[in-house]
Design a binder for this molecule. Structure first.
Ligand SMILES: Nc1ncnc2c1ncn2[C@@H]1O[C@H](COP(=O)(O)OP(=O)(O)OP(=O)(O)O)[C@@H](O)[C@H]1O
Ligand SMILES: [Mg+2]
Length: 247
């Protein structure tokens, strides 16, 4: 499967690796969507959350109306209403009055079942989370919501008992373990496919530390080093040069 659209750095020939976390996310997301429930995927930066949920939702999309909302700053309830208005492709001007806006959103959401992917959910404060709960609780809507966020997301959500008590599944993304690295990385990119496993372990211990985004960056620098030196295979000298760019 091509990973082109989801790669952090432009990395030709990279593939999506079906990690244990991605498989678990697939089950969790399909169970959440089937139950029209809410779930939360949380964990450190670069661990592969966004990529995993996008791959899993893409598989559901032929049958499921999926809408993606990504926050980049701390939104108010008003900003959440506007984001939803845009995500739902609603026609006309956004209503001026909150109650009118709420009615419009609830009517649109009552049309058919929908799934929201809310990424970067660590930006949401209590008021913004509460607005999602309000829409989800409305009997006429059939919403499934996947909240995805950094480590802070869990803490913020836990502070909101009204919402957190309604979360159906919590999934914590963690680093790849050293043995997962040896399985996943040769499948991730051709430069690692025939690398010495000791060199992969060396790179993980010194630079990537089980973090998928760091592996993607390291792989990009390693490709450059292979091209510049004309070598056909990764070695420790070449890796040290690549690490020097990551430090
Ligand atoms: N399963 C995977 N297969 C292949 N590459 C992956 C996989 N997971 C992550 N990556 C690589 O790691 C990069 C970072 O992953 P991703 O953006 O999903 O992290 P994240 O957990 O959402 O981080 P953040 O919290 O910063 O948003 C991806 O752009 C991709 O290059
Ligand atoms: Mg992300």
């Amino acid at each position: 499967m091509s990973a082109a659209t989801y790669q952090y750095v432009d990395l030709p020939d990279a593939s999506v690796v079906t990690t244990r976390a991605l498989l678990t996310a697939r089950d969790n997301i399909s169970d959440t969507v089937a139950a029209r429930a809410m779930m939360c995927i949380h964990g450190g930066a670069g661990f592969g959350k966004t990529l995993a949920v996008n791959i899993c939702l893409r598989a559901l999309e032929p049958h499921e109306d999926v809408r993606k909302i990504t926050f980049r700053a701390r939104p108010t309830a008003r900003a959440v209403r506007y984001e939803l208005f845009t995500a739902l492709d609603l026609a006309g001007e956004p209503p001026r009055h909150p109650s009118e806006f709420d009615r419009l959103l609830k009517t649109a959401l009552a049309e058919r079942p929908r799934t929201f992917l809310v990424d970067e959910a660590q930006w949401l404060n209590g008021e913004a989370f509460e607005y999602f709960r309000y829409l989800w609780d409305e009997p006429s809507t059939q919403l499934a919501i996947i909240f995805v966020g950094g480590e802070g997301c869990h803490t913020v959500l836990r502070r909101e008992p009204m919402l957190s008590s309604r979360i159906f599944i919590w999934q914590h993304f963690t680093r790849l373990t050293p043995s997962e690295v040896l399985e996943a990385i040769p499948l991730f990119h051709p430069v690692w496919a025939d690398a010495d496993p000791d060199d992969i372990t060396f790179a993980d211990q010194h630079a990537a530390h089980g973090n998928f985004r760091a592996w993607a960056q390291l792989t990009a620098h390693t490709r450059t080093a292979l091209a510049r030196t004309g070598r056909s295979r990764v070695d420790q000298e070449l890796l040290r040069w690549a690490f020097s760019r990551l430090a």
